[in-house]
Design a protein around this ligand. Structure first.
Ligand code: ADP
Length: 192
């Protein structure tokens, strides 16, 4: 077991750019690593409609949370694509897991909805920080660059109209995704 990664250890994009700007970039971070290590209010799981665990990030989250997570997931009754459901985090450093179901293939409306549904659920539970994996970009086959743009646009649009969340972390698991997020987020600084 590694020690949990605290939000205070993850700089915001604004900090990385040496800016003191308020707005979206002061609330968003790109973190390269394992989402199960993050000590945030909620980590998002890239689940499927059964919400009963699986491979990829889903499997990693279930392994780290322990078997009680699956027990609670059995009570959820599944989750439609573009929707999200919440459980406790059990042995994870994160208090909650938000199980979001992204689309299979490139369906931007449904992918955006999965991000927005997760943010809505976090707000409804009074949460302040959330970390997202790159939903649908593994076995669900969404092209990573297009998925990155949908993810950032959806989260930015939500954060621009709602100040319930103080920090959103995009947790990337490879250097290609890290570059995609950094490239897409950093030019946006000029206007925020
Ligand atoms: P999906 O079925 O939604 O495509 P996957 O789990 O197959 O979900 O992949 C989603 C993304 O999660 C991929 O970009 C993959 O690299 C990433 N991923 C896998 N394991 C982890 C992890 N432990 N932490 C963060 N991201 C992860």
């Amino acid at each position: 077991m590694h020690s949990p990664v605290l939000l205070s250890e993850i700089p915001t994009v604004a900090t990385c750019l040496g800016r003191t700007a308020s707005g979206f970039l002061s609330k968003v971070s790109v973190y390269h690593g394992d989402i199960t290590q993050l000590k945030v209010d909620a980590i998002v799981n890239a689940a499927d409609e059964a919400v009963l665990g699986g491979g990829g990030v889903d499997g990693a989250i279930h392994r780290a949370a322990g078997p009680a997570l699956l027990e609670e997931c059995r009570l959820l009754g599944g989750c439609a694509t573009g929707q999200a459901k919440i459980t406790k985090g059990y042995q994870l450093p994160a208090k909650y897991v938000i199980h979001a179901v992204g689309p299979v293939g490139e369906k931007p409306v449904l992918l955006a909805r999965a991000y927005t549904a997760s943010l809505e659920l976090a707000r409804a539970h009074g949460l302040k920080s959330i970390a997202f994996p790159c939903i649908s970009t593994g076995v669900f086959g969404y092209p990573p660059k297009a998925a990155c743009h949908v993810a950032v646009d959806a989260v930015k649009a939500w954060m621009d109209r709602d100040d319930a969340l103080v920090r959103v972390v995009f947790c990337v698991f490879n250097t290609k995704s890290q570059s995609l997020y950094n490239e897409y987020l950093k030019p946006a600084t000029t206007s925020t």
